[in-house]
Design a protein around this ligand. Structure first.
Ligand code: NAD
Ligand code: TDX
Length: 331
């Protein structure tokens, strides 16, 4: 099976490539990745000779077309993925998330190739802290940020290409991932590497915002489940019942790293900061039989901390610049 993985040098994509090579002896993987600031060749080290990395842009049809033509399936992870960056400069979000997805869809349409689209729960907007409802596949789209609105637009392009052109596609919308190879601009790795460096973790606002955490391996197992058993044209929400507020997560990181739970700072809030995300993954569980394996957030987080402690050479080159950029905006 020839698999084209876009964004395979990023966090979730790189984990997907490693898992695919480990678990599927018949898989030949081509990674198409622009190697932006978020992509790292080193994340694919050790993945073996069944993985080929092509550096290129998903919005460039001349690059995309021949790679899609020779693939059995395209799994599309590539994106500009960080909300804070999208508030500072939305333009690469529009190009990569919208034009890039459009370019891939046109290629899979031309060549009749199976396509799986990776998306986010942020397309649904946010929930009140005490709302008993969680997001389902029927929740109305209501994105808040330039990032989430471009992801929402990309999902709608996929739905239209299924309906109008019979493109054989599925979509998944997942909650917040954690695990190895996540860029240190993101919440959990930023705080782990801060503590390693003797910097106090930084919580936006009052730290009350809730995210629904899932281990990246559980996300990727769900993606394989949908590729193999999902209904064409369907959307599946992926989540592992992992709601925690940001303050609880920071306190747990501090405790697991041997510090006082109160050693954090409250900093400027993110403009338009979504309050709470929560996923109801009943469809994925009942229709396709998926279950999360990482059910203990504490031990998954401890493993993630150990990974950042053991792989300092992977993240160190970016740490000073990431912290300088946050400091410049009071975060
Ligand atoms: P990431 O930022 O770590 O990685 C993105 C990758 O895409 C990088 O390797 C980057 O170089 C590549 N890329 C960016 N622009 C490109 C372009 N124009 N052409 C080719 N490659 C390009 O992101 P991530 O956290 O791994 O997220 C992967 C996907 O999962 C995204 O679609 C994101 O919206 C979605 N998602 C992420 C989360 C999460 O918690 N991180 C949750 C739900 C959904
Ligand atoms: O230093 C920080 N302090 C802080 O309190 C950072 C970087 C973040 N936060 C807060 C903001 C959020 O409430 O932590 C929470 C998580 O922040 P991010 O890691 O930036 O993730 P989020 O904005 O929730 O989006 C993530 O999950 C959904 C991914 O980055 C997206 O790509 C995905 O779609």
């Amino acid at each position: 099976m020839k698999i084209l993985v876009t964004g395979g040098a990023g966090f979730i994509g790189a984990n997907f490539v490693h898992q695919t090579v480990e678990e599927r002896p018949d898989a030949e993987v081509t990674v198409l990745d622009k190697l932006t600031y978020a992509g790292n060749r080193a994340s694919l080290a050790g993945s073996g000779d069944r993985v080929t990395l092509v550096q290129g842009d998903i919005a460039d049809a001349d690059t995309v077309d021949p790679l899609v033509a020779e693939s059995d399936i395209v799994v599309h992870f590539a994106a500009e993925s960080h909300n804070d960056n999208s508030l500072n400069d939305p333009s690469p979000f529009v190009r990569t998330n919208l034009v890039g997805t459009f370019t891939l869809l046109e290629a899979v349409r031309r060549h009749g190739v199976r396509y799986h689209h990776i998306s986010t729960d942020e397309v649904y907007g946010d929930l009140d802290l005490d709302d008993p409802q969680r997001f389902t596949e029927l929740t109305q789209y209501n994105p808040s940020s330039p990032y989430s609105s471009t992801k929402a637009g990309s999902d709608l392009l996929v739905r239209a290409w299924v309906r109008s052109f019979n493109v054989p596609a599925t979509i998944s919308n997942c909650s917040n991932n954690y695990g190895p190879y996540q860029h240190i601009e993101k919440f959990i790795p930023r705080q782990i590497t801060n503590v390693i460096d003797g910097i106090r973790p930084k919580l936006y606002g009052a730290g009350q915002n809730v995210r629904d955490w899932i281990h990246v391996r559980d996300h990727n197992r769900a993606v394989w489940t949908i590729i193999e058993r999902g209904r064409i044209g369907e959307t599946y929400l992926i989540g592992a019942d992992g709601e925690q507020n940001n303050k609880e997560v920071v306190e747990l990181i501090l405790e697991l790293m041997g510090r006082e739970a109160s050693e954090y700072d409250l900093v400027a809030d993110r403009p338009g900061h979504d309050l709470r995300y929560a996923i109801d993954s009943t469809r994925l569980r009942e229709e396709l039989g998926w279950r999360p394996e990482f059910r203990d957030f504490r031990s998954g987080l401890a493993d993630t901390i150990a990974w950042y402690e053991e792989n300092e050479s992977w993240w160190r080159p970016q740490k000073a610049a990431v912290e300088a950029a946050y400091a410049a905006q009071g975060q």
